[in-house]
Design a protein around this ligand. Structure first.
Ligand SMILES: CC(C)(COP(=O)(O)OP(=O)(O)OC[C@H]1O[C@@H](n2cnc3c(N)ncnc32)[C@H](O)[C@@H]1OP(=O)(O)O)[C@@H](O)C(=O)NCCC(=O)NCCS
Length: 193
């Protein structure tokens, strides 16, 4: 299922919402000042190209079935491809890396948000055959830079405990100033009844 669409802005520019205090929504948060910048990319775009990888910043050409295969390979649940398309259409920024040899996606990360204050990063994955060679860091550095360049100062994500050490050097801190992330849990709510 190759995609040719462009990412659309999820909210109308005419919307006027009340200003909010930009609190982190996830359990890890990166202050804009500590985020990666273009000058500090661990692997340059040219370096990636010389190793047979191409960077993409839109869903054009992204094969959703192949992406879904990576999700499953890293232990994420298999998702309905049509729902993935909807999720990507409501995504503000994304980066993926394609392996030129077989044209398949091998690394991916995306961020949703309000486009001004807040963003949350989701679905950071690298094909297991390509892990450990810097591709995860490459997509994260660029995604963070894209968000910071747009003035988004509150960037959060959810991290599995085993991956905390991957996110920390990228500038993410857990529970900043003691602020804890909370997620809605239907199970918990039912229990209380
Ligand atoms: C986590 C993941 C995205 C990392 O991608 P990757 O391409 O393998 O990582 P990189 O090669 O870019 O590693 C960058 C750095 O992070 C370190 N690192 C990678 N995975 C790590 C981990 N789980 N814990 C601690 N450090 C880690 C590397 O040693 C490397 O360090 P260096 O810069 O000092 O050399 C990838 O392993 C993956 O897809 N895992 C399964 C899915 C997942 O858990 N996603 C995150 C959901 S919260």
């Amino acid at each position: 299922m190759p995609l040719r669409a462009r990412i659309s802005a999820p909210f109308s520019a005419g919307l006027r919402l009340r200003p909010t205090v930009p609190l982190p929504l996830g359990n890890l948060h990166v202050p804009a000042s500590t985020a990666a910048s273009a000058t500090s990319f661990s692997i340059s775009d040219a370096g990636l190209a010389s190793r047979g990888f191409t960077l993409h910043r839109s869903i054009s050409g992204l094969n959703i079935d192949h992406l879904n295969t990576i999700f499953v390979a890293v232990g994420f649940p298999k998702r309905d491809p049509e729902k993935i398309v909807v999720a990507l259409e409501h995504t503000d920024s994304l980066i993926w890396i394609q392996y030129e040899k077989d044209q398949k996606p091998v690394a991916f990360a995306r961020a949703t948000g309000d486009g001004v204050f807040n963003a949350i990063i989701w679905d950071v994955v690298v094909d297991p055959s390509f892990q450990g060679i810097g591709l995860g860091k490459a997509v994260m550095e660029r995604l963070i830079e894209d968000l910071v360049e747009r003035g988004i100062s509150n960037i959060a994500l959810y991290s599995e405990p085993r991956v905390l050490g991957f996110y920390r050097p990228l500038g993410f801190v857990a529970d900043p100033d003691g602020i804890r992330g909370m997620v809605y849990s239907r199970k918990q709510k039912k229990k209380k009844k």
